[in-house]
Design a protein. Structure first.
Length: 662
């Protein structure tokens, strides 16, 4: 019996995978201590299954603790140690504007203020030591750091990715002098070049690790008290790490929650026969989108979160503040806007009846008839239509709109935000989305799927049977994984099969040792560029690649991405990444073919500005059942809206596959 728990901004989901079945439960997220909501969701799922906690064989957890802390500016008092003369690198950055056309926009304030930045009297170049770190000077530096009483220390020295001796020496001295203070060393956190990004990532790791560590240790204590196994934690890369490693390296978990959804989406798309899919995870607070091509989730080696670069392997997810709880408002120019501010779990949308008074996307969906006022949503929430009318009505009067007109406008604006996010991941990268399926999940995703598909000219929608808790299912099925990356900068005569094999062997040892599995299968990626370029393209390859084949793959990828290739250009191998992974459990989650059929009803709903008498299915439709719009499917943890012009059927795995009528 496998357990996955995903903490969202509004709800916390727990999914139990038992002998091919999925039993799930939701509980409101508890922002003051997310572990409380997690344990409540787990208790509800176990009660639904009628099984004790002792039957759980594995527990995987996805969280937003690190993400929220970074967004909200909550972090430990952190000191930075950098090579003398380079302590201000986190403030200088890349000297690029925060926004090209908004001169008033500023980059976020560095997590480490200037008075907590310390220069180390040392210097390592790319080919060796230029100025040795003397023991006496190192001890004096550590004493100066101790005097400011930090809660965490980040050490990021020049070229430590090539030679970590000075970082290791300072780390050892800091550990002896400041027991209990978290220390992050850049070569252990990142391992790649580009000084600003490596320093920024190390600072984030140091600043968030004390907070994340306290949370995870508290969760582990609650789990042990309840009779559950120690939780593994989803990393931003899409693989699970043991709790101790995640607690020691919070930067690895900044995209923990979205990574679980991406993992599950890839499994669902594969079972539905969709090699290429746009994944659209809309929850209560935000919407996460990612792209599956050739059956694999796109990944990246660097991205920014809250305006701060993270140079780590992670699933390539783009997030916008458009969820069911996103608040609609009128801007100074009189335009209707939605998000990024959210009603969250407390008080939640106005229709939850918990004290919320501002209009949200969920309130609008209720007024348009897509949600039923007399039905109980997952998590035990009953909707209050009158409260939604009051909240949306106030905004409508401010905008000069009628009640239903304002509700329809809120949904259209929210859809536009999500379409924009999907275009960022496709059109802006040269990908034509029209040949992709749209895989919609999250509690609110299926509500908006058809409207999103219409806007992007997509002809196929996939709605998994566990759509509302799919991220939690993905956690239960996640692989155990560790990544090791190093910048090697090989070109010309140095780019040989023997040199690449030696790099891979070193990194394979690091990854397998960290995973604790000496024979774990390996996956490799090679970041290449034309010599003189500033950025690379990532190419998948074997642990023993032929350099000529790697160069050919890079040239083809360059032509596909940029529209041209340089036959005379010298190709440079910049970074090697080796992943050691143990596959997750194979979940055969076929839909049940027996049991009570879903209940049927009718209610008015608004489509294209017209109120239409709409069929409603309450419960899971069976495999083989055919569906046609206008229809609303009230699934156990989500609601699917099927407008006129769409039809489909349920496949054997319980996924609802919709297609546009020709």
């Amino acid at each position: 019996m496998l357990l996955g728990v995903d903490v969202g901004g509004t709800f916390t989901d727990a999914a139990l995978a038992i002998d091919g079945r999925v039993l799930a439960a939701k509980a409101p997220t508890t922002p003051e201590d997310q572990s409380l909501g997690a344990m409540r969701a787990i208790a509800a799922a176990l009660a639904r299954a009628g099984r004790p906690a002792a039957d759980v064989t594995a527990f995987a957890h996805g969280m937003t603790v690190a993400t929220n802390a970074l967004l909200e500016g909550r972090h430990a008092r952190t000191a930075l140690v950098a090579t003398e003369g380079f302590t201000d690198v986190i403030e200088l950055g890349r000297q690029a504007r925060a926004d090209l056309y908004r001169l008033c926009a500023a980059h976020p304030v560095p997590l480490v203020p200037s008075e907590l930045r310390f220069g180390a009297p040392e210097r390592i170049g790319p080919h060796g030591v230029l100025r040795a770190l003397e023991p006496r000077a190192a001890r004096a530096l550590v004493e100066r750091i101790a005097a400011v009483e930090p809660e965490a220390v980040a050490v990021a020295l020049l070229h430590a990715y090539r030679d970590p001796r000075h970082e290791d020496a300072l780390g050892e001295l800091l550990g002896e002098r400041l027991p209990g203070v978290h220390v992050s060393l850049s070569h252990a956190v990142v391992g790649t070049f580009r000084e600003y990004e490596r320093t920024s990532t190390t600072v984030i790791d140091a600043a968030l690790s004390p907070l994340v560590g306290r949370y995870l240790r508290g969760l582990a204590a609650r789990a042990e008290e309840a009779g559950l196994p120690e939780p593994a934690v989803m990393q931003s890369s899409g693989g699970l790490a043991d709790l101790g490693s995640a607690a020691a390296h919070a930067a690895w978990t900044v995209l923990s929650g979205p990574a679980g959804g991406a993992t599950a989406a890839a499994l669902t798309a594969a079972r539905a026969g969709a090699a290429d899919a746009l994944c659209f995870d809309m929850g209560g607070t935000s919407c996460d989108v990612c792209v599956i091509t050739g059956g694999a989730v796109a990944t990246t080696a660097e991205r920014s979160v809250a305006g701060r670069p993270l140079a780590l392997p992670m699933v390539d997810v783009h997030t916008v503040g458009a969820g069911g709880g996103s608040i609609a408002w009128c801007d100074p120019g009189g335009a209707l806007r939605v998000g990024p501010r959210s009603a969250g779990a407390e008080p939640g949308p106005a229709c939850y009846g918990s004290g919320g008074a501002e209009p949200t996307v969920t309130d609008a969906n209720l007024l348009l008839g897509y949600l039923a006022a007399d039905a109980e949503l997952a998590g035990g929430v009953r909707l209050d239509r009158r409260a939604a009318e009051q909240a949306v009505g106030r905004l409508g009067r401010e905008l000069g709109l009628g009640l239903e007109e304002c509700a329809a406008g809120i949904v259209r604006v929210a859809n536009a935000e999500m379409v924009r996010a999907l275009r960022v991941m496709t059109v802006e990268r040269g990908i034509d989305p029209r040949g992709f399926a749209l895989l919609a999940f999250g509690g609110a995703g299926p509500l908006h799927a058809a409207a999103i598909a219409d806007e992007l000219e997509l002809d196929r929608i996939l709605c998994p049977r566990a759509a509302g808790v799919l991220s939690a299912v993905g956690l239960a099925a996640g692989e155990r994984r560790r990544d090791a990356r190093r910048s090697v900068l090989r070109s010309g005569a140095g780019l040989t099969a023997a040199a690449i094999a030696a790099d891979v062997d070193v990194l394979a040892g690091v990854a397998r040792d960290a995973l604790g599995a000496a024979d774990a299968p390996l996956r490799c990626r090679y970041d290449l560029r034309y010599r003189g370029q500033a950025f690379e393209l990532s190419i998948a390859g074997d642990p023993r690649p032929d350099p000529a084949a790697l160069e050919a793959a890079f040239v083809e990828a360059h032509r596909e991405r940029y529209g041209y290739a340089d036959p005379a250009g010298e190709v440079e191998l910049v970074t090697v990444q080796v992943t050691a992974a143990l596959p997750g459990p194979a979940l055969a989650l076929d839909a049940p073919v027996a049991g009570a059929p879903p209940g049927r009803a009718r209610r008015p709903a608004t489509f294209a500005g017209e109120v239409v008498a709409t069929d409603v299915l309450h419960g899971e439709p069976r495999p083989g059942e055919r569906l046609a719009g206008p229809l609303i499917c009230e699934l156990p943890e989500a609601t699917l809206v099927v407008p006129p012009g769409w039809h489909g059927a349920v496949d054997r795995g319980g996924t609802i596959v919709l297609e546009r009528r020709p």
